[in-house]
Design a protein around this ligand. Structure first.
Ligand SMILES: NC(=O)c1ccc[n+]([C@@H]2O[C@H](COP(=O)([O-])OP(=O)(O)OC[C@H]3O[C@@H](n4cnc5c(N)ncnc54)[C@H](OP(=O)(O)O)[C@@H]3O)[C@@H](O)[C@H]2O)c1
Length: 270
């Protein structure tokens, strides 16, 4: 059975943070194809509009009748006051969110401890950890009240094994892992599921953001190896959401075939 036709996605409402690019954008398009409704959230309104249009087209082209309602929300998850108003901003007919994809996240730099910019430390924790927690806090009471819900957190290989030059990012992803694990235990007596996706190397805007727009430095990360694509991870996310309600995919560690750890990477020389 193709995940795209999975009847369990039909008419479901999915909220994706960090939906303006990369994994979030690809996930939006794939959920739309599968007949879901979407709430797309990020800081860049123009980019969100582009993703919403691509998702609407994917839904139309799929011929699926259910779903296809799409709303965009310009929200910075690191801003508590903005996160506090998310529910009020969601159009009435999309209020009953079924799936929350906590995907917004980033890394800045490869600086070693002692030289890391203090604002970068704050910003990474504010988005990757505190923002993710704040958004989850909004939806857990909703999910409990409706006895339904799936939370998919984007962790990382970096949360499983830390590497030099990534101390802060790795610490944020380890925090995501601890938070999700505790939440899964808190929700064990409910139908609410919590999943963590842990990708290895995925070629998106991620490295461009890491190297502050230096495309050449970003390209070097993927030199000599075929990395995962945003679509590869989107397939995993949509697959998780299409499992039967009694199945919780707790964790999914997904690597390119030539990566075995953050530093164990086989590269073909040209
Ligand atoms: N790429 C990889 O190798 C990799 C590996 C493992 C895990 N991950 C994780 O996967 C997730 C998605 O990354 P990606 O590779 O798709 O990167 P990306 O292409 O850079 O996309 C990141 C997304 O997060 C959004 N975002 C960043 N800060 C935000 C904030 N404060 N509020 C709201 N949205 C925010 C960005 O949108 P705006 O700029 O418009 O806000 C963008 O849509 C991240 O959590 C990342 O840590 C990535």
């Amino acid at each position: 059975m193709s995940v795209f036709n999975a009847s369990r996605l039909l008419g479901k409402t999915v909220l994706i943070t960090g939906a303006s690019a990369g994994i979030g954008a690809a996930t939006a398009v794939l959920f739309a194809k599968g007949g879901a409704n979407l709430i797309l959230l990020a800081r860049r309104a123009d980019a969100l509009k582009g993703v919403a249009e691509a998702a609407a087209k994917a839904h139309k082209d799929s011929g699926v009748q259910q779903g296809g309602k799409i709303a965009t929300l310009q929200v910075d998850v690191s801003d508590k006051s903005q996160v506090a108003t998310i529910l009020d901003k969601i159009p009435q007919d999309l209020r009953n969110v079924d799936v929350l994809v906590n995907n917004a996240g980033f890394v800045h730099g490869v600086d070693r401890v002692g030289t890391i910019n203090a604002d970068d430390i704050d910003a990474m924790f504010a988005t990757n950890v505190i923002g993710l927690i704040a958004v989850t806090q909004v939806f857990v009471p909703e999910f409990k009240a409706r006895k339904n819900g799936l939370i998919i957190n984007l962790g990382s290989i970096a949360g499983l094994e830390a590497y030099a030059g990534g101390s802060i990012y790795c610490a944020t992803k380890a925090a995501v892992r601890a938070f999700g694990t505790a939440l899964r235990k808190e929700l064990v007596d409910t139908p609410i599921r919590v999943t963590e996706i842990q990708p290895g190397m995925v070629e998106t805007e991620f490295s461009i953001v890491r190297f502050r727009g230096d495309k050449a430095a970003a390209d070097k990360v993927y030199e000599g190896i075929e990395p995962l694509t945003a679509e590869d991870i989107a397939e995993e996310i949509v697959w998780v959401a299409a499992r039967p309600p009694h199945v919780n995919i707790a964790e999914l560690f997904v690597l390119p075939v030539n990566q075995a750890s953050p530093t164990s990477v086989h590269r073909e020389s040209k």
